[in-house]
Design a protein around this ligand. Structure first.
Ligand code: ARG
Length: 572
């Protein structure tokens, strides 16, 4: 059990014993314990004004009284200061308890069963067929991947879904273009680029040739009707696009349980329309069908175009109902850029109006900011477009250059460069709160100092190297008083709080909280490492304690990196 929990529980007992007549006391004080900004004010502090109403007493009086009777010398002593009860952990015991628990957990410190029996669907990456996989889809891919790992770690059943953008009239046009000017080999060779070229040409020629438009429509109708030739080409386009994407997913260690995209729902929209109709929610608007959302200060949600075609919303409605029925989720997350904020608000509102109460608290748009690259906004139209696989290869090359220079004797340089390069990109994406825009700079991301992926990886490898170099200390009992110093205590505190960071990250859908907790740990270890000699021949028992601490830090950094989808090289 962690020390915060123990302090909270003892404090509650103390409180009840001291004020047996008190009414309306909180039944848990854990959440009230604060971490003081200054270490001299203790490791935890309890603000007694929280009790002044229930006890009808001034906070300083409560603090003084509780400090007088609070007794848990093995864990912490309490001091009353200005209405706060400050707790100072018993350092040696705290070290022993923390290391015992962390090391016993192996690579699962912070893991839990709290999600047992619950299911979360995560819709992320969700790329578009026949479009390049560029860095606009980087955030959704790595945030989603990290959230999946975090929820798994907390015992949830997770269902990761790549909601492919594979439906719409453009696919009819693409087939028409292919039939006119396309060439099988060129598409195999050029992949998505060739498809784009065909599509662009179609749009240019269509302007002067209205018959083409009709052809495109006819081909899309054929896809809808299941015409074998149309389907064959359509599926082939999909395969070619996905093959490209798979390369990126493999490098990033990203996996999906389902690739059911928009086309999967094409034949499941009928019941949505019927249901909307039956529930009196559909309205005519110039021949189109909409759900009016004016009352909720939103533009209408488009359900059917005047030619009867379904829309993005229609398919998302079908998808939401399908997921609920198929997976019976407790939460359904959509990791999609904040530009689609309105889309999701409309979607959730329509579900709610249909009577699905779960839409209110179980559906969540996990929005994130934009990515720019060395100060330049990205746009496919203006030509600044950075492809994800190019970005990842460049990162690996650059990392290799740095590694060759820094560690010329390292074996497996290529493999380490892959882990460092990719890790740098992923880390930079998950470093700050997701809603913040990201400006990606090579120098910054690949720096081995400062808050970067390579820095954290390097620290983890450093711990590994300390452990490898340690002599066999046999069964020497560790002397935990060797960890009474501030630097070791800070590390222990961060270790003990790591599980909270993981939980908070899941609650707030914010992988950056894990990134931060892991980075803090790395910084604190380096500080400890510079101030204290880990191995001291004259002091085997102290060395043993410092080695245990090093091992715990290594394990937890590795866990943190894993949870954000970054690998940890053994050596760097
Ligand atoms: N394909 C869409 C895009 O790239 C994202 C889809 C997100 N998921 C969803 N269920 N709408 O913008």
């Amino acid at each position: 059990m962690d020390s915060r929990r123990q302090i909270a529980d003892t404090l509650l007992v103390t409180l009840k014993n001291s004020y047996p007549e008190a009414q309306g006391l909180p039944d848990d004080l854990y959440g009230f314990l604060e971490v003081p900004p200054d270490k001299n004010m203790g490791d935890y502090a309890f603000p007694c004004f929280r009790l002044s109403k229930a006890l009808r007493k001034a906070p300083p009086m409560i603090a003084a009284q509780l400090a007088g009777v609070y007794a848990q010398p093995d864990l912490a002593r309490a001091e009353a200061v200005n209405g706060y009860l400050n707790f100072f952990l018993n350092r040696s015991n705290f070290a022993q308890q923390t290391l015992d628990s962390v090391l016993a957990a192996g690579d699962r410190w912070g893991a839990s069963e709290e999600g047992k029996g619950k299911t979360v669907c995560l819709d992320y990456s969700s790329i578009n067929i026949a479009k390049r996989f560029h860095i606009g889809h980087l955030s959704t891919t790595v945030i989603g991947n990290s959230l999946k790992r975090i929820y798994d770690f907390l015992g949830w059943r997770t269902v990761s879904i790549n909601h492919l953008g594979d439906w719409g009239t453009q696919f009819g046009k693409m087939i028409a273009a292919y039939k006119h000017w396309g060439d099988k080999e060129a598409v195999e060779r050029g992949g998505v680029d060739e498809m784009t070229r065909l599509y662009v040409r179609f749009n240019q020629e269509e302007a002067n040739n209205p018959a083409l438009e009709e052809e495109g429509r006819a081909w899309f109708k054929k896809i809808e009707d299941g015409d074998p030739e149309a389907l064959e080409i359509f599926h082939w386009f999909k395969d070619v696009t996905l093959k490209d994407a798979m390369r990126v997913y493999d490098v990033l260690g990203v996996h999906f349980d389902s690739y059911a995209g928009e086309s999967f729902y094409a034949d499941k929209t009928g019941r949505v329309v019927e249901e909307l109709e039956k529930k009196g929610l559909l309205k005519d608007s110039d021949g189109a069908k909409i759900v009016d959302l004016e009352e909720y200060n939103m533009p209408p949600c488009l359900i059917l175009k005047s030619d009867g075609a379904t829309l993005y919303h229609t398919r998302d409605l079908a998808a939401a109902l399908y997921r609920k029925e198929t997976y019976n989720f407790d939460r359904c997350l959509y990791v999609v850029a904040y530009q689609q904020d309105l889309h999701f608000r409309q979607l959730f509102k329509v579900l709610e109006l249909m009577g699905y109460d779960w839409a209110k608290d179980q559906m969540k748009h996990v929005a994130f900011g934009m990515v720019s690259f060395e100060g330049q906004a990205l746009s496919t139209r203006k030509g600044v477009m950075i492809l994800l696989d190019e970005l990842l290869s460049r990162a690996q090359e650059k990392a290799l250059d740095i590694i060759k220079e820094k560690s010329p004797n390292l074996p497996d340089k290529e493999d380490v460069a892959r882990q460092v390069g990719v890790g740098a990109v992923v880390y930079a994406t998950l470093q700050n709160n997701r809603i913040k825009d990201i400006d990606f700079w090579w120098d910054r991301a690949l720096n081995f100092d400062g808050e970067t992926g390579p820095y954290v990886q390097y620290t983890c490898a450093r711990c590994g190297s300390v452990l490898r170099k340690a002599p066999d200390l046999g069964n020497a009992a560790p002397d935990y008083s060797a960890l009474d110093n501030d630097e070791a205590q800070q590390l222990l505190l961060l270790l003990s709080r790591f599980p909270d960071a993981v939980k908070d990250a899941a609650e707030k859908y914010e992988p950056s909280m894990v990134t931060r907790a892991t980075t803090e740990l790395a910084k604190a270890y380096n500080k400890f490492y510079y101030e204290h000699r880990v191995l001291d021949d004259a002091d085997p028992a102290g060395s043993k304690a410092r080695l245990l601490l090093t091992e715990a830090v290594r394990n937890v950094i590795r866990t943190g990196l894993y949870l954000i989808g970054v690998e940890a090289p053994e050596r760097m």
